[in-house]
Structure formats: structure tokens, C-alpha cells
Design a protein around this ligand. Structure first.
Ligand code: UDP
Length: 457
């Protein structure tokens, strides 16, 4: 039998690249060759951060290829309106060329992030097996499938998805009710970008029918009622492979990981450290940044805080006066962490998180209780899973000035760490997550099903 060769295309953002790298390792373990496509911009950034020469195109069995995202070098990749427009207008012809001109390797299947589902038809027309990967909660995909009904029922505007009325609605039966302002395309600041993103969602949702199968980074017990709402979906999460248990797995990080924080964690007591991280996109204004710093100080606990170089809208992340000196013996601020290893560490007590789906799954599979601080997109939805459905965390509340105050951070950390019920539920969910990903578990079996479907060429 010929060895199957998967060509894998993530949406060009950190929270999409990492789970697709994890999936790549799962497929390599099942006998696949894998070629992974990054945008030229991200590829250069990853290889510089990893201190690898650009010509190293094969790492841990994964071949890397690139396509342009169509933006100028200096443009902001967090301007999603610009990025999505250029991905659907400029990038497709380059992707087609990459697939067609590559005579040296024979790709047998194509796995696209559903957020890049527009690319599936290119692979389908070339006779490849096609599959989609959904990197968020299945509940969000199920909600996206409801867009036509939401328009028909007069809940959202057909042009830009804006809510016609502010309301808490039951988007789909058995899904916890959602505030219409928290529908994923509505959590964005300006109307112009929202319109582009809403229409990008619609395009991709329609194009997802070109995928013969869809997999998602979730598991049966986590979102049971959702999987029957989406045709041909298989939950395969949390994505686990032996590659990830290596000392230094390559997950295509866009920032240089601070590996020394692990030695620091080794020196902390069990269940004592508050881990604080807001993923790759969230941005704080200076006032809120200061309030968080002072809140962490108020907790009196050790903390590990990921302060990305671009976490605030200032060129330098400015801590409150004297803060760094006052917390020096128990707080550590780093630019980017090896998050999966951090969350697995026994010193971690809780996770102050923006509730991005990867962070959510990573916290769940390690049994770490959450303090939720959502920022945008699907994060409000994930927060409601964490706090209301699985009951493995608490939410932080805004004060009358629209800020999360230092007192709120201090008191909610205290409340969370005392809550035996949340801790017990976090541990129980961890067991279910691990069971599903291990041999004989539902996600493990689904991954095998997926791999044999793709190998059937
Ligand atoms: N991450 C990391 N180090 C950090 C912060 C985040 O490795 O310091 C990883 C994290 O493990 C997760 C991804 O970056 O896999 C962020 O994805 P998520 O969906 O949580 O958030 P997004 O960045 O998409 O908002």
C-alpha cells in the first residue's frame, strides 16, 4: 500500500497552527507523511524564533512549505478584516500552484482548517481526499450552521450578523443559551471588520461541504449533544501523541518560549502557582494591565504571568511603579511560555485564562481550574462551558468602569482556590479527557477511523 501523504493548511494564527501541528504528529504516528503549509510571514517568524535556518524544511518528520498571505510585510496580521480578504482573493492561486507544481511528492489527502475551507475545492478538483479540522468548540460550529435560521428568525442581520435585538437565546437545543452580542462574529469592535468576518464565516461554512469528513479538537463527554448537530463530524481531542511528550516538541511557536520557567516551577510548592496567560491575540489597555498586575500582587500567591511583547497597546508593557521589585520573590513574568508543559506541572493551582479553545482544552486535560477573562470571538461561549456546564471555573466580573479590578482578581482567586467542588470537577473532567485520548478511548478510536479513511486511496 502507498504511504498516505497529508497536506495540512491552518488558518495563519497561533491558536490554529498549534492544534494542526499536534494533529500532524498524530498522523505521523499512524504512518502518514505530512507536509504543513504556513504563510511565508509566519514561517519566517517561527524559524527565527526557533533559531532554525530557513532552509531546514523537515523537522520531526514534518515537511514545511509556504504560501503568501497577500499582505505587505509590515501590515498588522491581527487586522482580521484585511487578512481574511487577502486570504480569499490573493492566496488561492498560490495554493493551487503549490499543489499542482509539486511533482516531487504526491499528496494523497488535504486537511484544511475549516477557517480555510475555501481551499478544499482546489484539493477536491485534484482528486485528493479532503477533510476539515475545526479548532474551536463543536458548539460554535453548530451555532455557525444555524446562521440561516438566525437570519430567517430575525435574530441577526443578514449583511453583517449584527444582533437585531440584544437577547439571550437558545441557538440550538441542548446548548446553553447565548447572548446575541456574544455570537462569535459579534465580539469584534468595528462594523466593517465584523461584516467581513461574518461573510468569511458564511463562505467557509458553505465550503466545508467539500470536506468528506470533519474532525474537531473536542471529545464525546465534553460536548455530547453537539456532535449530532454537525454532519460527518468526529471529535478527536485532546490531541495526544508521543511526539508531544518529548523534551522540546516543535509546535511552530511564533514567540520564543521561556524554558527557564520550568526550573522556576520546580521550586514552587504543589498547587500554589497561578498561571496567567491570554493566548496570542488579546490586547490590554494600560489601565487594565496595571489592575491585573496589582490584583496578582494582592493574591499573595506565586504566579507565572505570560506578558507577550505585544500584550498592551503600548510599545513597552509598563508595570505599576515598584511592582516588579515587590513581587520579585514570588512572581515571574515571561514573554511566552511552553504552556502545555506549564499546565501539566504539579505546582500549578489555577489558570487565569482568556478562554481560547486551545487553552480551554489544555486546562481541561490537565485538571486545572479556570478563572475566566474572555476577550473576544468564541471566548465568551467557552467561558459559559467552563463556568456553567462543566463547572470547572469562575468568571471575573467588570466593575462600573468596565474594568476587572485588582480586588476582583484577588478575591476571585481566593474563592477559586478554596472551592473543593470545582477542584473535584476539574479532576473528574481531566480523567474523562485522558481516557478519551488513550488507546481504547473514543477520541483515539475516532482518530484511527479518520486515519484509515484518509489512507483509503
Ligand atoms: N500558548 C503558548 N504559550 C503561551 C501562551 C499560549 O504556548 O505563553 C499556546 C497555548 O498553549 C495554545 C495557543 O498558544 O495552544 C493559544 O491558543 P488559544 O486558542 O488558547 O488562544 P488564541 O491565541 O487563539 O487566542
Amino acid at each position: 500500500m502507498n504511504t498516505p501523504h497529508a497536506l495540512i493548511l491552518p488558518f495563519p494564527a497561533q491558536g490554529h497552527i498549534i492544534p494542526l501541528m499536534e494533529l500532524s504528529y498524530c498522523l505521523i504516528e499512524r504512518g502518514f507523511h505530512v507536509t504543513f503549509i504556513n504563510t511565508q510571514f509566519n514561517h519566517e517568524r517561527i524559524f527565527t524564533e526557533m533559531l532554525l535556518p530557513d532552509q531546514a524544511k523537515l523537522i520531526d518528520g514534518i515537511h514545511f512549505m509556504t504560501i503568501p498571505d497577500g499582505l505587505e510585510q509590515e501590515e498588522d496580521r491581527h487586522n482580521f478584516g484585511r487578512l481574511m480578504t487577502s486570504l480569499t482573493t490573493i492566496t488561492p492561486s498560490f495554493l493551487e500552484k503549490l499543489m499542482k507544481n509539486n511533482v516531487a511528492v504526491k499528496f494523497t489527502c488535504f486537511i484544511a482548517d475549516i477557517n480555510m475551507a475555501w481551499a478544499l475545492s482546489i484539493a477536491k478538483n485534484m482528486g485528493l481526499r479532503t477533510a476539515g479540522f475545526w479548532p474551536a468548540a463543536a458548539g460554535i460550529l453548530a451555532a455557525m450552521f444555524q446562521i440561516p435560521k438566525l437570519i430567517q428568525d430575525g435574530v441577526i442581520d443578514e449583511e453583517d450578523g449584527a444582533p437585531k435585538k440584544k437577547d439571550v437565546i437558545q441557538v440550538i437545543p441542548r446548548l446553553s443559551p447565548m447572548d446575541t452580542i456574544n455570537l462569535p462574529w459579534n465580539c469584534l469592535s468595528d462594523a466593517y471588520t465584523r461584516k467581513i468576518i461574518f461573510n468569511y464565516f458564511i463562505t467557509n461554512k458553505q465550503a466545508s461541504s467539500d470536506a468528506e469528513m470533519i474532525i474537531c479538537n473536542s471529545f464525546e463527554e465534553l460536548e455530547k449533544p453537539m456532535f449530532s448537530e454537525i454532519p460527518n463530524i468526529l471529535p478527536v481531542g485532546p490531541l495526544l501523541s508521543t511526539f508531544q511528550s518529548r523534551e522540546d516538541p516543535n509546535l511552530c511557536q511564533l514567540w520564543l518560549e521561556d524554558k527557564e520557567c520550568m526550573a522556576w516551577l520546580n521550586k514552587q510548592s504543589t498547587c500554589s502557582v497561578i498561571y496567567v496567560a491570554f493566548g496570542s491575540i488579546a490586547i490590554f489597555n494600560n489601565r487594565q494591565f496595571e489592575e491585573l498586575a496589582l490584583g496578582l500582587e494582592l493574591t499573595g500567591q506565586p504566579f507565572l504571568w505570560v506578558v507577550r511583547p505585544d500584550l498592551t497597546n503600548k510599545s513597552i508593557n509598563a508595570y505599576p511603579s515598584g511592582f516588579e521589585e515587590r513581587v520579585a520573590n514570588r512572581g515571574r513574568m515571561i514573554g511566552w511560555s511552553p504552556q502545555q508543559k506549564v499546565l501539566k506541572h504539579p505546582a500549578i493551582a489555577c489558570f487565569i485564562s482568556h478562554c481560547g479553545w486551545n487553552s480551554t482544552i489544555e486546562g481541561v486535560k490537565n485538571g486545572v481550574p479556570f478563572l475566566c477573562w474572555p476577550y473576544f470571538a468564541d471566548q465568551f461561549f467557552n467561558q459559559s462551558y467552563i463556568t456553567k456546564v462543566w463547572k470547572v471555573g469562575l468568571s471575573l466580573s467588570l466593575d462600573e468602569n468596565g474594568l476587572i479590578s485588582k480586588e476582583e482578581v484577588g478575591s476571585k482567586v481566593e474563592e477559586l482556590l478554596k472551592d473543593r467542588d470545582i477542584l473535584a470537577k476539574s479532576q473528574a473532567l481531566k480523567k474523562l479527557a485522558q481516557k478519551s485520548a488513550m488507546e481504547g478511548g473514543s477520541s483515539f478510536d475516532n482518530l484511527n477511523k479518520f486515519a484509515s479513511f484518509l489512507s483509503d486511496i
